[in-house]
Write a protein that binds this ligand. Structure first.
Ligand code: SF4
Length: 256
């Protein structure tokens, strides 16, 4: 797709993205009104790669990293990313994805991963963006949401998405109750040492009756060496607890 095929047309005070010859309809509603043209997301980055962690590790995916987090974990390996960001209109995001061929990838089965930071800090705008994207693609791509399990999902948003990758850092009863009730939720816990499994069991798995087959344990670490060193210990925990091991391919393989 060349930039010439993806033209931006100005009509009065409104910008219409006219993706002529792209196979995608212009960004206008059935009644000709423009869709959410003023809606914006605060975006840190977007890229196309494979999912690095959890139950869908290895799956080709478009990542949309939203700026900002409501926590400040000492072991965070993404703070340098989510602490930055700029306001981006829906069209600015979509236009880049179109140019890179990622809309076609989403149509063909790539997942869309909403990550952060904490993407639910921007939940209302995010839901509008997804509705906008669904309409544009004329189908609903598979959506994973990465969350730290501190913010409730709105019902409409929860109904639309396909998978929640919850990585709780605090015990928020209402949120954890919502997440454990949903069949879409997979839980990921970062493990640094064997004793960490006690907190996973006592704070989350046992009180919230989380099914062990929905739990992934993954090594804490920002380097390939740290991940490799801790992985055998975590695999042993997984075998004993009947939980799943999660790699961190983005660190282990240096993939982007
Ligand atoms: S919740 Fe996640 S993104 Fe936020 S600071 Fe903690 S590890 Fe980082």
């Amino acid at each position: 797709m060349t930039s010439k095929q993806y033209m931006k047309v100005t009509t009065g005070s409104r910008n219409i993205v006219n993706n002529k010859n792209s196979g995608f309809p212009p960004f206008a509603g059935n009644d000709g009104e423009l869709l959410h043209m003023k809606k914006k997301l605060k975006v840190s980055e977007f890229f196309y790669s494979i999912q690095g962690e959890g139950s869908t590790a290895g799956t080709p995916s478009v990542f949309l990293r939203l700026s900002g987090c409501n926590l400040d974990c000492s072991f965070c390996d993404a703070k340098h990313l989510w602490s930055k960001g700029k306001d981006s209109s829906f069209n600015q995001v979509i236009e880049e994805w179109q140019k890179n061929g990622w809309l076609e990838n989403l149509k063909s089965g790539a997942h869309l991963i909403l990550t952060g930071g904490e993407p639910l800090l921007q939940q209302p705008a995010l839901f509008l963006f997804i509705k906008h994207l669904d309409k544009l693609l004329n189908l609903q791509p598979y959506i994973e949401v990465e969350t730290n399990a501190t913010i409730l999902f709105d019902n409409d948003f929860l109904n639309r998405i396909n998978q929640i990758n919850a990585s709780p850092k605090q015990v928020k009863h209402k949120v954890l109750s919502q997440l454990t009730k949903s069949t879409k939720t997979k839980f990921k816990f970062v493990i640094n040492q064997p004793q960490n499994i006690e907190a996973v069991l006592n704070n989350y798995v046992l009180p919230f009756n989380i099914k062990r087959r929905n739990v992934w344990l993954m090594p804490e670490g920002k380097t390939k060496t740290a991940i490799q060193k801790k992985s055998p210990m975590i695999i042993e925990l997984c075998k004993k607890q009947l939980m799943n091991f999660s790699p961190r391919l983005q660190i282990q393989l240096g993939v982007r």
